[in-house]
Write a protein of this length. Sequence first.
Length: 361
Amino acid sequence: MPHEVHAVVAAKQGAPVELQTILVPDPGPGEVLVAVQACGVCHTDLHYRDGAINDAFPFLLGHEAAGVIESVGPGVTGLAPGDYVVLAWRAPCGNCRSCRRGRPWYCFDSGNATQPMTLRDGTPLAPALGIGAFAEKTLVAAGQAVKVDPNARPEAAGLIGCGVMAGYGAAVHTGAVGSGDTVAVIGCGGVGNAAIAGASIAGARRVIAVDIDDRKLDGATRFGATHTVNSRGTDPIEAVRGLTGGHGADVVIDAVGRPETYRQAFYMRDLAGTLVQVGVPEPDMRIELPLIDLFSRGGALKSSWYGDCLPSRDFPVLIDRYLSGRLDLDGFVTETIALDEVESAFDKMRDGRVLRSVVVL
């Protein structure tokens, strides 16, 4: 019997989201039904609403969530009703060529629920990143539900499902920040601050936060930034070089994802340094760099997709660091809101007034 629940739906490109009643089926083979307790409002949800991901409207938004498993489908092992979980949008299949090579964090065939959630009239919904958690209940593949310590409050725990994991992993996994490294992070929103926190935890001796907003730069120090640069009135490349003995940073993380910031990040590196792009660009953006500079500066240019994480390995670790006081997840939660306030949360996010608005159900 399908479950009737309230949920946030993006019905048309660019139109305000709507609170609607949707139908969520009981879990089938390999699926679990999750009662959502909290879900962060992420830029990716806005990208879906605006048609920047694809045009598979209507979308069921929300993907940065924590909750409790309500029921499990046939064949599900390792999960049971009552388990406290964070939802992941990557669930390694174990069978693709990447998984078989021992690189499941690059899985090319990540699992999602096969049954659709629908509008009341039967119209299938496309769940954001295969999750759709701006809803009282959602249906996901069992591999997307990762058990974590239930002592972590859901408003904070859910954030590791996307933005925090992306930024933290960009520093720790993709950038391989190590003890004594110098790191620069461009963009001090949720993802950028998570990268700053990851770099600090990994032992970086200098973490330089770069942004055009002094309020965000002040906030970045809470997560471990040792120095800040306002690039609105200062050349950030020269500023970072000045803070690193004239050389540039060992690792530079672009958490904005624009041609201008990518170019800054490229030249902000030390020779043989690493550039990590984790900010999501728009499809029509292009970057042009002198080929001789690509050759002569050496190092590595990497993109970080979901922080190159393995959710089953990394989510419990980040929650443990949160509970031990080493990772300030609470600091990312600017406000808690209701389901019918998601559209206004998008406005605050655009204006840079919040790190995260979190829907609490």
